[in-house]
Design a binder for this molecule. Structure first.
Ligand SMILES: [Zn+2]
Length: 187
């Protein structure tokens, strides 16, 4: 059995037994919030539970490190669509301690890529095209600073509605304890 087979077998039962009914909701977030957080596996269920969020309560965008990597990239686009089109009135950036994107060893990742067959020369080509892999792969050294910086990029984005509060928080991935780094209502 592969994982895909497992998933598809389970899914058939899930749909047949109408287990989806308890999750029925709409595409509009009931609590009118959009969250940007990390893809960390420890947060999958823990974070919504720790915030008292149920299916349908929030738009949740996930990326490695909860970082807004580019002002016109997919993360920022998702936040703007959530605000202008999907009725989100507040933004929450939630980083976490012990994040895989903190102190990323970019050299090590590049070596692993080469080990798996990526042509070494490609990195030189990319560099000439303006893509420095070390910058691109680099996460952050301090989660608090990273959250503040993501809050700033969102808050100061030229297409952002200035009235929308942008909060910054850090969560403990083992206990779910949240600390407020930036209170968006104060801005
Ligand atoms: Zn993380």
């Amino acid at each position: 059995m592969t994982i895909l087979t497992d998933i598809m077998t389970f899914n058939e039962e899930f749909v047949k037994e109408k287990k989806y009914e308890q999750y029925a909701t709409t595409k509009f977030p009931n609590k009118k919030i959009v969250i940007l957080t990390c893809m960390d596996t420890r947060l999958t269920e823990l974070l919504p539970k720790a915030m008292n969020l149920k299916n349908g309560d929030a738009k949740i965008i996930k990326s490695a490190g909860a970082i807004v990597t580019h002002p016109f990239g997919g993360i920022m686009r998702s936040i703007l669509v959530a605000i202008y089109e999907l009725q989100a009135d507040e933004v929450y950036v939630i980083g976490h301690h012990d994040c895989g994107m903190s102190s990323v060893d970019t050299e090590k990742i590049i070596n692993k890529m080469v080990d798996r067959g990526i042509d070494k020369n490609l990195f030189t080509t990319l560099k000439y095209s303006g893509i420095d892999m070390k910058d691109w792969l680099h996460g952050f050294n301090d989660v608090t600073e990273s959250v503040k910086s993501s809050v700033d990029s969102i808050k100061n984005h030229p297409l952002m509605d200035a009235k929308v509060p942008v909060h910054g928080l850090v969560v403990q991935p083992d206990t779910g304890k949240l600390d407020v780094i930036v209170n968006g209502y104060d801005q």
